[in-house]
Design a protein around this ligand. Sequence first.
Ligand SMILES: Cc1cc2nc3c(=O)[nH]c(=O)nc-3n(C[C@H](O)[C@H](O)[C@H](O)COP(=O)(O)OP(=O)(O)OC[C@H]3O[C@@H](n4cnc5c(N)ncnc54)[C@H](O)[C@@H]3O)c2cc1C
Length: 499
Amino acid sequence: MNRYDVIIIGSGLGSLLCGYILSKEGFKICILEKQAIPGGCLQSFSRGGNSFDTGIHYIGSMLPGQTLHSYWKYFGLSDALDLERMNEDCFDLVTLEGRDYKFAQGFDRFTASLAGQFPGSGEFLDRYVKALKETVSAFPLYNLELTDKMTKTTWMGTNAWDFMSEMAGPDPGNQKLLQVLSGNNFLYAGRKQTTPWHQYALINHSFISSSWRLRQGSTQITELLVAGIIANGGTLLTRNEVRKISSLKNKFQVETAAHENFVAGRVIAGIHPQRAISLLEPEMVKKSFRSRIVSMENTVSSFGLYLGLKPVSFPYLDHNLYYHCSHDVWTDSEKKAEDWPGMYFLYTPAAARQGEHSSAVCILSYMEFDEVKKWKNTSTGRRGRDYKAFKEEKALKLLELVERKFPGLRSYIETMEISTPLTWRDYTGAPEGSMYGIRKESGNYLRTMILPHTKIQGFYFTGQNLNMHGAPGVTIGAVMTCAEILGLEYLFNKIRDAG
Ligand SMILES: Cc1cc2nc3c(=O)[nH]c(=O)nc-3n(C[C@H](O)[C@H](O)[C@H](O)COP(=O)(O)OP(=O)(O)OC[C@H]3O[C@@H](n4cnc5c(N)ncnc54)[C@H](O)[C@@H]3O)c2cc1C
C-alpha cells in the first residue's frame, strides 16, 4: 500500500503547480499520470528533428512585476525559462477579409498602433483599454493583492461581444475594429454573446502586457516543475491511470488501471471534473452535484497540422497569425462541413528558428467532435483507413486556405503530423477533446464555475476548469486549490515574498 498526504491526479500544469507548492510545504505528495510523459497540454513532441508544442504556444505577462512573472518566480520558473520576446510592434497579426491588423505589446503602443490602422477610433480604443485594466484590477489575485476588493460587478454576467459593442457605440467605423479586437478568439474558443467579458479581458490583458515564446518548448515548464517536486521529496508516477476513487476510513483509496492502490487523506483532481466525478464511487457524490457537473457544456475541440519544412523555404514569424475568412469571427468555432475551416491560427515554434527561416510551422483550427464521432470507440494508431482519409482530406482543405497567404506551402512540407478532437480526447482525457474544458457562460456564470473545494471533504479540483484556462488562469487556480489546504494568506505571503 502506498500512503501519501495528498494524491494528485494528472500531471498537467495545474497538478504540477499544486505538487510543487504542497511538496515545498512538506506534504508527502504523489502525482499519478496516465501517459508515459508528464505535462498534459505542456508536452512537446518531436518529428523529423523538429519539436512541436501542443498546448502552450505563447505566454503573456512575463516582464518583472507582471502577473505570470510574479507567480512563476515562486515556482522557480521566471528566471529559469528560456524565453523569446515576440515582436513588440506585432505579436498577434489578425487577417480579416484579406487585410492585416497588428496587435502591439504594451497598452500605449497597442492603442496607437490600432488607432493608426482605424482612423477615428482613438476614443473607443482608450475606453477599451481602460475597461481591460479596470476589469483585471478587480481581480485581486491577478494583481497579487490579498483583499476582498472584488466588488465591481457592472460587467459580471456581461458577455464580451455586447460589452464591447456598447463601448464602440453606433459609429460604423468601429464595427470592423470590434471584429479585429476579437480576432484572436481561438485563445478562448469565443462564442458570441456567451464568452464572459472578464474572461476575454484577463486573457487579452495578459498578452498585451507582454508576449513570449518558449525557446525550448513548453516542455521546459514541465521539466523545471518536476525537478522542483522531486527535489522537495515529492513523487511523480507516469503510466498510472487512475480508474477508481473510494473512501477508506476517512481517507481516499485511489486505484490505478494496473490495480495498484494508493491511500491519502486528500485528493486533488487535476483532470476534467466530468472525468473526475466518474472515478468516484457513486455514494461519495451527491446526485445534484453529479448532475450539475455532468450537464455542463465544454468548449470546442481543434484540428492541428504540425509541419516539418524544407530548409530555407518558410520565414520565421516572430508573431502569431489569426486568419479569418468571414467578416464575423465569432461564428468561426461553429463552422463545419462545407464551411470548414472558417479560420486558422498559425505560428512558427521558437525552437524551429533558423536565422530568418523556420524549419517548422503549426496550424490549428476549430473542429467539433461530431466530425470524428464515428471513430469514437477507436484508439490511437487503430482508427482505420477511413479515418486516415478523413484526416488527409481535412488537412488538404486547411492547407489550401493557408496557401492563400503562403503560396507554395505544400511543396515545402517534409513531414506532417495531424491531430483531431480524438487525439486531444485520448491525450488529455478531456471529454470530446475539448480545448479549454468547461465553457464559461456569461449568462450563467455561477453555474459554469468550478470551485476548488467540493462537498466531499478532502477532495479538490485544480486545472483549467477551475478558474480559467491558460498559463495565468491555471496558475491562479492552483494557488486557490492549495489555499484550501494551507490558507490563502499564508500561501499568498510566500508567493509574494518570492517575487
Ligand atoms: C490547442 C491548445 C492551445 C493552447 N494554447 C495556449 C497558449 O498558447 N497559451 C496558454 O497560456 N495556454 C494555452 N492553452 C491552454 C493551456 O494549455 C491549458 O489551459 C493548460 O495547460 C491546462 O492544464 P491542466 O492543468 O488543466 O491539465 P491538462 O493539460 O488538461 O492535463 C491533464 C493531465 O491529466 C492526465 N489524466 C487525465 N485523466 C487521468 C487519469 N484518469 N489518471 C491519471 N492521469 C490522467 C492527462 O493525461 C494529462 O496529462 C492551449 C490549450 C490548447 C488545447
